[in-house]
Design a protein around this ligand. Structure first.
Ligand code: KG4
Ligand code: ZN
Length: 348
């Protein structure tokens, strides 16, 4: 079965072709970050307009790369939510129109389900059940994943998401948008140059006794440091390192606590912040000590992409219990959508 995946929830247009027997056949991505960078953040109206421009050429590109055409498709999976309403509507309308024209099933996928299943695209892949740490620009959650579509929220951020905190702190340090990767690069360079950190930032909610997170205070702590010290290349590097260490420590400790609490031994890390090298290193090191194993998606599938949506669609289509989860009126989006609540409310 060949599934076309369409991701348009935010500022990346992602397209992919996933075959249930042959695996990922091709994928294509266009990132709008340069366009939004001029404004210091995502401009929703511009995002929607750009998705409209990119989505069909990218579908053609992905099909050509796999030497296939539209008639070979068996199903289409699109990101139904959560995300920017206008951006989601682009993917939903293209998917629905193509599905209608080709007379094939169309499935709306939860963006976070795409992220948390993305490590299953790699080898070795984890088996169910596992704990998932979802760390993206909009979400920071720990989930117990018992099976496909069986998700229990263990804890989440009470304010900013980890990626959002990286981006806001990077902005304070003048690193542009989206600043997460730039901040983390600077922190890594600073620490590998052999220079000492010197600054120590708080580890918010580290001892809260639950699996929740809070990152907005860190941004304020960074601002205090900036106001106290002359900003040079060295102090910027030091602050970046102190910030990264604080976030990585909290994410690592809470993830380990989630493994202990559930008694599970596999941790899946997904979402843009999952690309962070220090987080990867520390999680692997600490997990090994308690006999657990950590699984990450390939770096290119950490951030938003079409492959994770095509894959989640393929998994749902192969599962008889979940195949019919889609309501009859398929052309729907959910800008806000809890992952635990997988069914559409009747009045949506
Ligand atoms: O999953 P994603 O592509 O989009 C959302 O669904 O939000 O995640 C994007 C987020 C951004 O906040 C970005 O700054 C962050 O992931 N990010 C990183 C790194 N790469 C991307 N944060 C820290 N270190 C990185 N290497
Ligand atoms: Zn995402």
């Amino acid at each position: 079965m060949l599934v076309l995946g369409i991701e348009t929830s935010c500022d990346e247009t992602g397209i992919a072709l996933y075959h249930t027997e042959r695996g990922l056949l091709s994928h294509a991505l266009y990132s709008q970050t340069a366009m939004h960078g001029e404004y210091g953040g995502v401009v929703p109206e511009l995002a929607s307009r750009d998705h409209i421009r990119r989505v069909l050429p990218l579908i053609r590109q992905a099909l050509a790369a796999a030497s296939l055409d539209l008639r070979n498709l068996d199903a289409i999976a699109y990101t139904r939510g959560p995300g920017l309403a206008g951006a989601l509507l682009v993917g939903a309308s293209i998917a629905t129109a193509l599905g209608f024209a080709l007379k094939i099933p169309v499935l709306g996928i939860h963006h976070l389900e795409g992220h948390l299943l993305s490590p299953l695209l790699s080898t070795p892949a984890p088996d169910f059940p596992f704990v998932a740490l979802l760390v993206s620009g909009g979400h920071t959650q720990l989930m117990e994943v018992s099976g496909l579509g069986q998700y229990t929220l263990l804890g989440e951020t009470v304010d900013d998401a980890a990626g959002e905190a990286f981006d806001k702190t990077a902005k304070l340090l003048g690193l542009g948008y989206p600043g997460g990767p730039a901040l983390s690069k600077l922190a890594d360079e600073f620490s590998s140059s052999g220079q000492q950190g010197q600054y120590r930032l708080p580890r918010p909610m580290l001892h809260s006794g639950d699996l929740n997170f809070s990152f907005s205070g860190l941004k304020t702590a960074v601002l205090t440091l900036i106001n106290k010290h002359e900003i040079t290349e060295q102090t910027t590097g030091r602050i970046a390192l102190a910030f990264q260490e604080a976030v990585v420590d909290v994410l690592t400790e809470k993830s380990l606590a989630a493994l202990v609490k559930t008694g599970l031994t596999q941790l899946v890390v997904a979402g843009g912040v999952g690309a962070n090298r220090q987080l990867r290193k520390k999680l692997c090191h600490k997990a090994e000590k308690i006999g657990a194993k950590v699984f990450f998606p390939e770096l290119e599938f950490c951030t938003d992409n079409g492959a994770m949506i095509a894959f989640a669609g393929a998994m749902r289509l192969q599962s008889p219990a979940l195949r019919d989860w889609e309501p009859a009126d398929i052309f729907t989006i959910r800008a806000r959508w809890d992952l635990e609540v997988q069914k559409m409310p009747p009045d949506a």
